[in-house]
Design a protein around this ligand. Sequence first.
Ligand code: CU
Length: 362
Amino acid sequence: MSSIHAIPSRNVASLLFAALAFGPVPRAPGGPAALRAKLSEWKVELSQGTITAGRVTFTITNAGSIPHALEVEGQGIEEETAVIQPGASATLTLTLKPGTYEVYCPVGQDSHKKLGMETDLTVVPATSTAGVEYDREAMKTPTPNIHAIRVTGGGPVIQILPGPFPFPDSAAPILAQFGDEREGLESQVKNGPYSDNVSRAAGSFTFTAWDKGATRDSVDGVAEFATQDGARWKLILDRVQTKDVPHHPRFGGVILGLYYHGNTTVHTPLVPTINSAVALWAFGHLYKNGVLVTDNAMVHVMLLSHTRRDGNFALACWDCSKNTIDELQLQILPGPGEPKLDAPGGFLFVNWEKSSSTQAPN
Ligand SMILES: [Cu+2]
């Protein structure tokens, strides 16, 4: 064994600093190294980002309000825990070789991962100071990939009017997990915007959305439509929202390719379970018959799996996630603190039933 006295003292200090700040924690002789993982909406936090190679026991706690799990993937390994209920813990013991591993929540066909529940774990050789180098690598801020989508509304245009939710029995157990939001949602089960009560409308809606990360997302688009009562509405999308609230991850973000609603516990269960090509929350300028209503209309847009029957446009399925993605939903609510919109139920909810999308330039 080499003597520590051979290393100049300044280097000892910097090595010690590096070890304290980011370095691998030495394992107890014989036993596996210990690593703690904390799961919540929507992140995975590890007690350390770097560990030495060998046997590792992950102790995973679900500190969130919905079920999660943990998967470790990389270097030929792909191992996951069973689903962990809120407040519960689980352990996972693995033998890890040096390299980088992805540590994420596999729940919801990777929708939790897409919402941010992923992190990296770097495993360094057991007998080496190379960990310092690995750590510098791991500390680099990753350059996010920008993805953009252009969506064009098409096919029959319908306005969804207030009414009862058609799948109250299926939604009830999920509603129970929504805490403070439950009461509001339960009133929407009886009379809300996710009903079978529809009427024919007409109009156009085209937009482009950029997924650049939670606070840099962007959107550009215009919707023009005439509702059942003959009113002509125009919405100019202005900016994404950036507020996060429970169950509404990245409320304000642009999210491409998410599996949610229905029984997923992500966002409201009063929309059937769907896959979305794009979902976003934004503020817009809203005009009625050429007169400005508000500069702060709250807008939710989704291009999603088809949920409605041809012909009468009733909601056709509780789990619609396997259906073709061609339904474009536009929901408009008044801005925070503003009076209800002059429309049935105080909201505007318009669908374009045969819509399409293309990849847009970044
Ligand atoms: Cu999860």
